[in-house]
Design a protein around this ligand. Structure first.
Ligand code: AMP
Ligand code: ZN
Ligand code: ZN
Length: 438
């Protein structure tokens, strides 16, 4: 399907309200979006006939972390299944945009979660810590995440945290979901997932998400090379060992497809590598909507010319573009939520403001992400294991918009048209793979 009808029909479906901030027609998809890849089982197929898919995200897990010697279960799942050398995150390489890409197959510019912090002309401001915004479907409605399609097919879904899962997107929620709470331990998260899989087959979810934030936290605070990151990887890996044991105990180990991903990689940062925006222009001339490895900036009314003069172009460790002039390969800049000027830090520098530094008492993170998605350090993790997958396959780098077509293929549901394609993942699949019965 061509892009324009996609958004046109979405707008009708969402009764225009949610499309107040709908972007212009997106560019053509990277490759023809897959039609129903396998003969999709009809909605009438009993739930018992579906092999559940568990989508695990380890926030900020860079693929080379597998070589640190602290993740035996992840390594075993990769060796006995499929692993990618790396998976290209979408731009910007931030948590919310990429998690929503993974479950929708759309670039952030097309699904509307264009940053962790953003403004919408009609909805106001969005940040991760604003519970009301995170749970407000109007931010998310332009895309259809996997769990919404699962529910609409009469099947069941459950989310042990996932950005977007707290909102009734297009009026639909997962059967089971939890408000985000970082204090829930990895083991508790796994036990909740196992509890959902214990439901009798007619109610058992066929799509389950499981999210871990510990590795991301440790790498921000101590840097990606730190022993604290080793400890966080080991803690998450132990939780995955518990998941494997729980599945085995239930006779489900060979009857579940696990797809284990991260949202982006990580780079070492330093308080010595800061681009201070207010050294380039008066802070009062601009609204800094988001900052860090990538910054979104809206000039205040009456200051557009001055802000553009001060910011656009190359700087020592930063480059800024009008949003309409961003490099095409970033697939970013058409959505109305993208600020007027986008600045990208280079060489592991970070873009800050004096006020932002003061609010953190001058403390600067030792690791960050958000950088150019062509940067190999921003690459994400991809591992898959289960009856649908071959053993011992190592895939070349592919873009994370392709995970969604894979998930829909595994579930036997027709994918929404989007930016991804199943093609790079076909070599990972067993010939008979599809909505197989256990
Ligand atoms: P960042 O590193 O700035 O891209 O943000 C990542 C952080 O977002 C994680 O470490 C979590 O603390 C937080 N986070 C993850 N999922 C959610 C969620 N569903 N709601 C709110 N915050 C979340
Ligand atoms: Zn993240
Ligand atoms: Zn992070």
């Amino acid at each position: 399907m061509k892009p324009l009808p996609r958004f046109a029909s979405l707008c009708i479906a969402l009764l225009l309200a949610a499309c107040a901030a709908a972007p212009p027609a997106p560019p053509a998809p990277r490759a023809a979006a897959p039609a129903a890849i396998v003969p999709a089982a009809s909605a009438a197929t009993p739930t018992t006939a579906r092999i559940p898919v568990i989508l695990v995200s380890i926030d900020g897990f860079r693929p080379d972390y597998l070589t640190r010697g602290v993740s035996p279960t992840l390594n075993a799942l990769a060796a006995d299944g499929v692993r990618a050398i790396g998976m290209q995150a979408s731009f910007p390489t931030l948590t919310f945009p990429n998690h929503y890409t993974l479950v929708t197959g759309l670039y952030p510019d097309h699904h509307g979660i264009v940053a962790n912090s953003m403004n919408d002309p009609a909805l106001g401001h969005f940040t991760l810590s604003d519970r009301a915004a995170v749970g407000d479907a109007r931010w998310w409605n332009a895309a259809t995440p996997v769990w919404v399609s699962v529910e609409r097919a009469g099947l069941h879904s459950a989310t042990m945290f996932w950005p977007g899962s707290e909102a009734a997107i297009q009026g639909v929620r997962p059967d089971h979901w939890r408000p985000y709470d970082g204090t829930v331990t990895p083991d508790q998260r796994v036990d909740t997932v196992l509890h959902w899989l214990d439901l009798p087959p007619p109610q058992r979810p066929v799509f389950v998400t499981l999210y871990f934030d510990q590795v991301d936290h440790a790498a921000h605070e101590h840097g990606p090379r730190s022993p604290e990151v080793d400890a966080a990887i080991a803690e998450v890996d132990a939780a995955l060992t518990r998941l494997t044991a729980g599945l085995r105990q239930r006779g489900l180990l060979d009857r579940v497809n696990q797809v284990i991903v991260s949202d982006h990689g990580f780079a070492s940062t330093s308080p010595k590598r800061l681009v201070v925006l207010d050294r380039l222009l008066p802070a009062a001339d601009i609204e800094v909507v988001s900052s860090g490895a990538v910054a979104g900036i809206d000039p205040r009314p009456g200051h557009v010319r001055a802000a553009e003069r001060a910011l656009l172009g190359r700087h020592a460790h930063m480059r800024c573009w009008r949003r309409s002039a961003l490099p095409a390969r970033l697939h970013y800049g058409t959505h109305p939520r993208v600020p007027a000027i986008v600045c990208l830090a280079q060489d592991r520098w970070m873009i800050v403001t004096r006020a932002g530094l003061a609010s953190h008492h001058g403390k600067v993170m030792l690791g960050d992400h958000g950088y150019d998605n062509a940067d190999a350090d921003m690459h994400a993790l991809f591992i898959a294991n289960g009856p649908a997958f071959r053993a011992g396959v190592v895939l070349p780098v592919f873009p994370n918009v392709d995970v969604y077509p894979l998930l829909m293929h595994l579930l036997g549901l027709p994918p929404q048209p989007g930016d991804g394609t199943l093609a790079p993942l076909r070599p990972a699949l067993r010939p008979t793979a599809g909505p197989a019965t256990p």
